[in-house]
Design a protein around this ligand. Structure first.
Ligand code: FNR
Length: 376
């Protein structure tokens, strides 16, 4: 069906080629985390407050220090051209029109110049997701080059220093040699573990990634050109793939600005907890984290509904990212991506109205019953 008939994000989940479907939809080994990511949002209940004037609702917020129309982000996903010939340009255009940030993957299939020229206005927020290359000068060059462009934040992915075991992806034959123009590396030849798209792209990633790399990244970032301004870098630094409260606190102590709770959409290590569990634990044990002025907490994994988004925000998340749904929506090009954001916007607004919250700032744990998962 055409995208104009889509009424839920789930409607976009049609099959593309078997290889693309294996790459998009797969998760690690038994895919327990993949399933739990989706299911867990429904374990939290919304507690509506009635008799509130909800004629007007305002979903606007700040993401990466920049205004956003919605508390949503397009998560970094590699190889968007497997979904549509426009590739990541469709994400850039869709995000720009709808007023949300797009996080460009190191493994993007479109060239960065093309992606950036897809922006709909000069101040459109882009983040750059970094997979650290074993060949450090390559990562350094990439950070310096992209830092000088229009990226608001550099997001270091920390949950995949080694490829996860994704069996559906390993089973498909990789007939096409992938040209990873942005990665500063290239797809490696199929190895003995198979030839899926995921494995082919992970070959350059540094298994020696560690906490001292935050300072290393900071040192690569361009600083303000004016000598009178502080020598602080202009770009925010984020870590994506944090899966424990301890690591959230570690990242904060190192001055990280964006802490992105994620298990990589269940693609890295199976049986790890959904981001929602870590968010709940943070809210219960360290609520001060959400009041830090220079820290934004994002979550992703299995988010498919406006209710999921509102629940995350009630617990203190600043932003909520989606990976697969946007990849599926991109099968219809820019307009598909826009339609997906609009569906989510309607669902978020409806949810806010029906719980009696008019602004993002009004959202809080008072609207939730979390007892089935973790009493607060
Ligand atoms: C990803 N993800 C990902 N993450 C990242 O940091 N860099 C990347 O290049 C990719 N590539 C990628 C490709 C595909 C096809 C998928 C599905 C996912 C993970 C992604 O950013 C995000 O964490 C998850 O997709 C969120 O889960 P949902 O929304 O897909 O359930």
């Amino acid at each position: 069906p055409p995208f104009t008939q889509m009424i839920s994000l789930l409607d976009f989940e049609k099959r593309s080629s078997p290889k693309a479907w294996a790459y998009f939809s797969s998760g690690a080994t038994d895919m327990s985390t993949l399933a739990l990511n989706r299911a867990t949002w429904n374990s939290i209940l919304l507690i509506p407050r009635v008799m509130v004037d909800v004629t007007k609702v305002d979903t606007s917020t700040i993401l990466g220090g920049t205004p956003a129309a919605l508390p949503l982000l397009i998560a970094p996903t590699g190889m968007a051209k497997l979904s549509h010939p426009q590739g990541e340009v469709g994400f850039a255009e869709g995000a720009g029109h709808e007023g949300i940030p797009f996080t460009v993957s190191t493994n993007a299939s479109a060239g960065l110049d093309d992606i950036i020229s897809g922006r709909t206005h000069d101040n459109q927020p882009f983040f750059f997701q970094l997979y650290m290359n074993r060949d450090r000068p390559k990562s350094s060059a990439l950070i310096k080059k992209n830092g000088a462009r229009i990226f608001k934040a550099i997001i270091l992915t920390v949950d995949a220093p080694w490829p996860g075991k994704r069996e559906a992806d390993e089973r498909v034959k990789n007939e096409v040699v992938l040209d990873l123009g942005v990665a500063g590396g290239r797809g490696s030849a199929p190895d003995s573990k198979g030839a899926g798209v995921g494995r082919a792209m992970a070959g350059y990633i540094d298994a020696n990634l560690n906490w001292s790399d935050i300072a290393w990244i900071r040192a690569q970032l361009p600083t303000s050109s004016s000598p009178h301004e502080s020598p602080e870098p202009d770009m925010l630094i984020g870590v994506k793939g944090v899966q424990s409260v301890q690591d959230v606190l570690k990242a904060i102590s190192l001055g990280v600005n964006i802490i992105w709770l994620s298990n990589h959409g269940g693609r890295s290590l199976d049986t790890t907890p959904p981001a929602l569990y870590v968010l709940l634990e943070l809210r219960r044990d360290h609520p001060w984290v959400f009041a830090l002025p220079h820290v934004e907490i994002y979550v992703d994994g299995g988010v498919r509904r406006g209710t999921d988004v509102v629940k995350a925000l009630c617990l203190g998340a600043r932003g909520v990212a989606l990976g697969r749904p946007f990849m599926y929506a991109l099968q219809y090009g820019t307009e598909g991506v826009r339609a997906a954001v609009q569906i989510l916007r309607d669902e978020i607004e409806t949810t806010m109205r029906l719980i009696g919250a008019r602004t993002i700032a009004e959202l809080g744990p008072q609207f939730l019953n979390t007892k089935a998962l973790m009493p607060l």
